[in-house]
Design a protein around this ligand. Structure first.
Ligand SMILES: Cc1cc2nc3c(=O)[nH]c(=O)nc-3n(C[C@H](O)[C@H](O)[C@H](O)COP(=O)(O)O)c2cc1C
Length: 349
């Protein structure tokens, strides 16, 4: 598949999703926070980077394989954690996990998943990671993390940018029922009274949370939502295995910097000993190439997976991930890079 057909696939998924989704669900998935200034920049920022490709390299065989936190991946392309996937498809996260598995990709499962962790794990087959929102009742978070580990999660992704949800003026309340919200939380509530407060974000968390999660689970912890070099260094000092450079798909602080601009300083601060991933507006193989050239080990993909899921379930998700991998192969050939380790910063003009 070439770049044009990936672009066509993305476009088709996006248009079909707009047709099949409830308007409230569509808004929930699509919107950004505030005036959507960060959202409007997210994809464009990758396109502003220019490249210095190599020539006359033998690129007859391309290897996109990469190891992230000990998990061997077919390509440096990971399914980002996105909440409430039942709003996109009748089998929600289970269907996403099937699609990721079919494409040999790793999935990050959200705390606010709307199907049971154990069912998602069974469908994922391959390694998967658990995204952690620390909620006000710490016991709930502890029990969910233990559950994710026993179901086979191989790493934790602590979301650090969400002490409170960003305001999204274009979006009403997502049509999430109590049942959907509590499908995973429910087992850990002493009583359903007060569940909204008990499962709301704990705004008081600090880097100490990293050690707490690591000790309790024995799993590596990535901190997601990091945009600053000093924060990245503080996370690693507190025991994180690395960070995900992210502005939460432009859904938290509006006018937060685009992730392609934040990435190099974070890599310079911690990249030699720690894992740095990036997400936000990554849509093509060239975007992935740029992310890797700037020092990311892999990228995560959010909304395009939701559009693919809404249109065509697991088949849509695997088609998207495979098309993106093919597009990366194509970009690597044209850039003269045979393997991920040959994608280095000198490719950036
Ligand atoms: C609808 C939606 C729900 C999301 N839910 C979560 C979540 O529950 N936890 C989290 O850490 N990030 C969440 N994110 C952020 C994604 O993990 C990711 O950072 C972002 O979508 C990447 O940008 P992209 O959508 O442009 O690819 C969500 C994003 C979207 C679009």
């Amino acid at each position: 598949m070439n770049a044009e057909s990936l672009v066509a696939l993305l476009q088709r998924h996006r248009e079909n999703a707009a047709r099949v989704l409830d308007p409230e669900a569509l808004d929930y998935f699509a919107t950004g926070s505030g005036e959507e200034i960060s959202l409007s920049e997210a994809e464009r920022a990758w396109r502003e980077v220019r490249l210095l490709p190599h020539v006359l390299r033998d690129v007859s065989a391309i290897d996109t394989g990469v190891t992230v936190l000990g998990d061997a991946l077919r390509a440096p392309i990971v399914v980002a954690s996105t909440a409430y996937q039942l709003l996109a498809h009748g089998f929600g996260e289970v269907e996403t996990a099937r699609g990721a598995h079919a494409a040999g990709a790793l999935m990050v499962v959200a705390t606010r998943a709307t199907t049971r962790l154990e069912d998602i794990a069974a469908a994922a087959g391959a390694p998967w990671w658990f995204q952690v929102y620390v909620v006000r009742d710490r016991g709930i978070t502890r029990e969910l993390v233990v559950r994710a580990k026993s179901a086979g999660g191989t790493a934790l992704v602590l979301t650090g940018d969400t002490p409170v949800f960003g305001r999204k003026p274009r979006q009403g309340d997502p049509p999430v029922t109590e049942e959907m919200h509590l499908v995973n939380f429910g087992d850990h509530l002493a009583t359903r009274d007060g569940w909204r407060d008990d499962t709301a974000a704990d705004a008081s968390i600090t880097p100490d949370t990293i050690g707490w999660l690591r000790e309790m689970s024995g799993l590596p912890v990535l901190v997601k939502g990091v945009l600053r070099a000093d924060d990245a260094a503080a996370c690693v000092a507190a025991g994180a295995a690395g960070v995900i450079v992210s502005n939460h798909g432009a859904r938290q602080l509006d006018r937060a910097v685009s992730t392609v601009r934040a990435l190099p300083a974070v890599v310079d601060a911690i990249g030699s000993n720690s894992t740095v991933l990036v997400d936000g507006g990554v849509r093509t193989g060239v975007d992935v190439l740029i992310a890797l050239a700037l020092g990311a080990r892999a990228v995560l993909i959010g909304r395009p997976v939701l559009w693919a899921l809404a249109c065509d379930g697991a088949a849509g998700v695997s088609a998207l991930l495979n098309a993106l991998r093919d597009d990366l192969v194509h970009a690597m050939m044209l850039a003269g890079c045979r393997s991920v380790s040959e994608i280095t910063r000198d490719l950036i003009a």
